[in-house]
Design a protein. Structure first.
Lengths: 179, 226
């Protein structure tokens, strides 16, 4: 994969309407974004449609990159992840609850174990400091798009309790990550 | 998905709120309110950015999967051949008209003695950065007046001229001073005309090392005859 500066330069050129830069950005980042979309959507056709929509967003919004201070891969991953979550939620809203398929399990899967060994060891180590249920809840929210109501139902606690506990865990996570 | 309290939640305050937003845990109303604050509050933007970086790390273990080749053709087909800002012409023209009104009302303090032949308002979409430009072809002087916004610390603003479908050409790094007078080189004088685009990008000190914009394009405006 291209390094951070290369991706940043490509985004800058895309912002100026440079189609060849758009192609190069696609080549450098589409596999990662497609992996993320497949993981969240757990459906190949949906992930393919979503990838096209994500790159439409990137094309339209490239000039706004850096307004929010994200690194280039985080910006791209966030666009893809948010788009996939929106899609997932629309899909859930139109399906009767009792027939809705269980979405990709956001519990620590093989990749979570890989994270533990990767350079993101710090994030993983900090997740390990959280109560297992809370670390699981954060992953389910980020990669599964689960809402407080869904998490509360899953962990069988009142919604406000879920929120209070999760917020405490997030502060604990922050404290660990900035340690 | 309601159940949010009107009173601020007890733990974590804005930082926890930024994390909830990054996770997509706020309801629609809460998310809109947060976004409205993001636009105004740099500290909140920084808090959100930190969380977004952390959570994006959750995708580190997700293996890349090469999408099918036909998808590449579909995706590249969405990029129109005309540069993206052309779609904003009507908007740009309106902005220039508005900028002209401001200059007239303000007694046009910075305009050269002679009427400029070409003007442009170079503005960010959210108007965090706004520059007014006026070009006098008789003297080949381009005067740029930065009216709001500035380079972030340790970075500079670089001005670009884009004529037609040509690649951007640098007009130089803008000084810290809000007002810049740029002597336009001979080769670029004919390009600086109605319809061309002026753009400002974020660059390392000394300007783009590559001769092309390397940082974000922060502001764009179309040149019109005055």
């Amino acid at each position: 994969m291209a390094d951070r500066n290369q991706i940043e330069a490509l985004i800058a050129r895309v912002a100026l309407g440079d189609r060849s830069a758009f192609g190069a950005l696609y080549d450098a980042t589409s596999a990662k974004l497609f992996g993320v979309l497949l993981r969240v959507l757990n459906n190949r056709d949906a992930a393919e449609d979503a990838l096209q929509e994500v790159f439409e967003k990137i094309w339209r919004n490239a000039a706004r990159y850096q307004v929010n201070g994200l690194s280039p891969m985080t910006w791209l991953i966030t666009i893809a992840r948010n788009h996939a979550i929106d899609r997932l939620r629309r899909q859930r809203a139109t399906e009767p609850l009792d027939t809705a398929p269980e979405q990709a399990d956001a519990a620590p899967g093989p990749e979570a174990q890989v994270i533990a060994k990767s350079e993101m060891g710090r994030l993983s180590a900090c997740f390990d400091e959280l109560e297992a249920d809370h670390a699981d809840a954060v992953r389910r929210a980020y990669l599964g798009g689960e809402t407080y109501a869904e998490l509360a139902a899953r962990f069988a606690v009142p919604l406000n309790t879920m929120r209070t506990r999760l917020r405490r865990s997030l502060m604990k996570l922050k404290e660990c990550l900035t340690r | 998905m309601t159940g949010r309290d009107d009173i601020p939640p007890p733990d974590g305050g804005d930082d926890a709120l930024a994390a909830e937003y990054a996770l997509g845990l706020l309801d629609a109303e809460g998310a809109r309110a947060f976004e409205a604050r993001l636009a105004r509050e740099p500290d909140l933007r920084a808090a959100y950015a930190r969380w977004a970086e952390h959570f994006a790390g959750l995708t580190d273990g997700i293996a890349p999967v090469t999408p099918p080749a036909r998808l590449r053709r579909r995706v590249l087909g969405i990029a129109p051949r005309r540069p993206v800002w052309r779609r904003g012409w009507a908007w740009a023209a309106g902005a220039v008209a508005a900028a002209l009104l401001v200059w007239i009302n303000a007694g046009a303090p910075f305009l050269p003695d002679a009427e400029p032949e070409f003007v442009a308002e170079i503005a960010a979409e959210d108007r965090a950065l706004v520059l007014a430009a006026a070009y006098d072809a008789d003297t080949s002087q381009l005067v740029v007046d930065r009216q709001s916004g500035q380079a972030v610390s340790g970075r500079v603003l670089e001005l670009w001229l884009i004529a037609g479908d040509a690649a951007p050409v640098s007009l130089g790094v803008l000084p810290d001073d809000p007002r810049a007078e740029i002597a336009v080189p001979q080769a670029l004088r004919d390009l600086l005309a109605a319809g061309a685009i002026l753009a400002v990008s974020d660059e390392p000190p000394g300007g783009s090392p590559t001769g092309q914009p390397t940082g974000a394009v922060l502001a764009v405006g179309q040149i019109t005859a005055s």
